[in-house]
Structure formats: structure tokens, C-alpha cells
Design a protein. Structure first.
Length: 132
């Protein structure tokens, strides 16, 4: 992590929904994010620190109700094992600010076979040529 802020600072800078997801490991309600329907070319950035996380070319329709990607940008995210809710899942967070983004599951499409199930509240979309 290269960005460290106090809880108070995050509270001030983020919307309540962003704070709930990024800093409290919350999950937004399925189907509520406008990013589910975002199909333009561009870059999905961390809503906490602005770091580019996903390229629009790796987004796919998972039908889960959350924006889904099969591959993050190189080095953009980190993972930890999450055993809460009596499930074993792999939690995904922004490598730069540590903000919680969602989970990754091994049932995604080719070529990676991974499904990064992200909270739209944790992302900001920037239309334009991707790749940053
Ligand atoms: Zn971040």
C-alpha cells in the first residue's frame, strides 16, 4: 500500500456508499450500480485513490448484478483469503490504497477463468482510450 489515510480522512473524502464498500468491506445491492451497464471503452479506476484497476476490454456480463471482469491491470489489485460469512472466498482490494473492491471467483470466462466480482461503488469509470 502506498496510500494510507486515517479513517476520518476516508470518511470525509468518500460518499457514504463508497466508504461502506471500500473501508468497511461492504457489498452493494446486486443490480444497483450504473456501471453494470457501462459498455464504453475506457478505464475503471479505484473510487478511493484513482488508481487504474480494470480495462473495459476485460469486462463481461456475468449476470451476477455486479460489474465483472476477467482480469485486473498488472499489479493493480491484491487478494486475501476471506473466511467471513462461513464461506471461503478470495477478497480483492486496491493495491495502492487497500480499499475493498469485491471478490474473485474461479468461474470466469477464458482466457483467465477468473471472475472479478466488483462493487460498482468502489470503481469510477473514465471513458476514453484504455490502457492509461
Ligand atoms: Zn485505491
Amino acid at each position: 500500500m502506498t496510500i494510507e489515510k486515517s479513517d476520518e480522512e476516508w470518511h470525509r473524502e468518500l460518499t457514504p456508499e463508497q466508504y461502506q464498500v471500500l473501508r468497511q468491506h461492504g457489498t452493494e445491492r446486486a443490480g444497483t450500480s450504473p456501471l453494470n451497464k457501462e459498455h464504453r471503452e475506457g478505464t475503471f479506476r479505484c473510487a478511493g485513490c484513482g488508481e487504474p484497476l480494470f480495462d473495459s476490454h476485460t469486462k463481461f456480463e456475468s449476470g451476477s448484478g455486479w460489474p465483472s471482469f476477467f482480469k485486473p491491470l498488472e499489479g493493480a489489485v491484491g487478494t486475501t483469503e476471506d473466511r467471513s460469512h462461513s464461506m471461503q472466498r478470495t477478497e480483492v482490494h486496491c493495491a495502492k490504497c487497500g480499499g475493498h473492491l469485491g471478490h474473485v471467483f474461479p468461474d470466469g470466462p477464458r482466457p483467465t477463468g477468473e471472475r472479478y466480482c466488483m462493487n460498482g461503488a468502489a470503481l469510477k469509470f473514465e471513458p476514453g482510450k484504455s490502457g492509461d
